[in-house]
Design a protein around this ligand. Structure first.
Ligand SMILES: O=c1[nH]cnc2c1ncn2[C@H]1C[C@H](O)[C@@H](CO)O1
Ligand SMILES: [Zn+2]
Length: 354
């Protein structure tokens, strides 16, 4: 088999379901925005700052990994800053060959300088639209769907769920909960999830990352999650190729796993890329997708995550197409729009590569 070149992975269309807006800022943008608002950073040189984020996030603990977000959230507190960060996010994803992305962020974390939840959401949606238009102009079209996240340690999930539904026709395609997992089970937010189900809305839940099977079980069987954010600990219910009841349910129902290899290694959810459960889960034909989680904290991109898997598991174009179509099938946009991207963008491009 001819080895896959990195530039070819960049050119191939990719779909991304799990990427945090506040985990993907350009280091140079953080430096500029921090100077404007007088926020003190660990480094004022963009390259050093970028390295600092990766090293600090390389902590082996989700809680310590999350502490690094204080510096990105601090500079995302005004409408121009939010618009800029969102526009640059769309441009960076498009330049990396991502054709469809769901990007999430927690509006409640962007209110410290007086913005309302609505102003925050509208600024981000405007930024994505602006970035996507610029990207299309450079011949690199990307479609961005926005997910609104509620922080699981806080108590605003119902309010954020209602906010997401209010913006469902203007770019918000789903809801999520994130933050420290241990001690904050999904059922704390059951009211919000039941509300979303009654509204026929879509949601994913960060579960099975820093906590194991009970978190995944609650996310699916109590809360009704459409997808699992990470979900990597589902391997705790698999022995050899024998599946426990929960793992069998997840596979039988084709519940998508939003796996994030580099992030998992940094937080200690997986020992290394080569030992990441994605290899086993793919072999067992779970609905596996590949994601970036936080491009800044992991110093990564969608192409880099794919390249790491190619290197560790010997994957070829067939597997990369499979991951990409899995993601597109699992997206929160309407079925006909998903199908159009699969048939008109993804399959024709991979047909030339396979
Ligand atoms: O991988 C993660 N697990 C749990 N929470 C996370 C992860 N990555 C980012 N977050 C948190 C930190 C952000 O401030 C928040 C909203 O994007 O979501
Ligand atoms: Zn995440």
């Amino acid at each position: 088999m001819v080895p896959i070149a990195y530039e070819d992975i960049v050119k191939a269309p990719k779909a991304l379901l799990h990427d945090h807006l506040d985990g993907g800022l350009r280091p140079a943008t953080i430096v500029e925005l921090a100077a404007e608002v007088g926020h003190e950073l660990p480094h004022s040189d963009p390259d050093e700052l970028g390295r600092w984020f990766v090293a600090a996030a390389d902590s082996g603990s989700l809680e310590r990994y999350l502490e690094t977000f204080a510096h990105t959230v601090a500079v995302m507190q005004t409408e121009p800053a939010l618009r800029r960060v969102a526009a640059e996010c769309a441009l960076d994803l498009a330049a990396d060959g991502v054709v469809y992305a769901e990007v999430r962020f927690a509006p409640e974390q962007h209110l410290s300088r007086g913005l309302t939840l609505e102003q925050v959401v509208e600024a981000v949606l405007e930024g994505f639209a602006e970035g996507a238009e610029l990207a299309a102009g450079t011949g690199r079209p990307v479609r961005i769907g926005t997910l609104l996240t509620a922080m699981r340690h806080a108590a605003r999930s119902q309010e954020i769920a209602e906010l997401a539904v209010r913006y469902r026709d203007t770019g918000v395609v789903g809801f999520d909960i994130a933050g420290a997992e241990a001690g904050f089970p999904p059922t704390r937010h059951l009211d919000a999830f039941e509300y979303l189900q009654r509204e026929n809305f879509h949601f994913t839940i960060h579960a099975g990352e820093a906590f194991g099977l009970p978190s995944i079980w609650q996310a699916i069987q109590w809360c009704g999650a459409d997808r699992l954010g990470h979900g990597v600990r589902i391997v705790d219910d698999i022995t050899g190729d024998s599946l426990g009841r929960l793992a069998a349910y997840v596979r039988d129902k084709r519940i998508p796993l939003e796996l994030c290899p580099s992030s998992n290694v940094q937080t200690g959810a997986a020992p290394s890329i080569a030992e990441h459960p994605i290899g086993l889960l793919r072999d067992l034909r779970f609905r596996v997708t590949v994601n970036t989680d936080n491009r800044l904290m992991s110093g990564t991109s969608m192409s880099r995550e794919m390249a790491l898997l190619v290197e560790a598991f010997g994957y070829g174009w067939a597997e990369l197409q499979w991951f990409t179509i899995n993601a597109m099938k699992s997206a929160f946009i309407p079925f006909d729009e998903r199908l159009a991207i699969i048939n008109e963008v993804i399959k024709p491009a991979y047909a030339k590569l396979l």
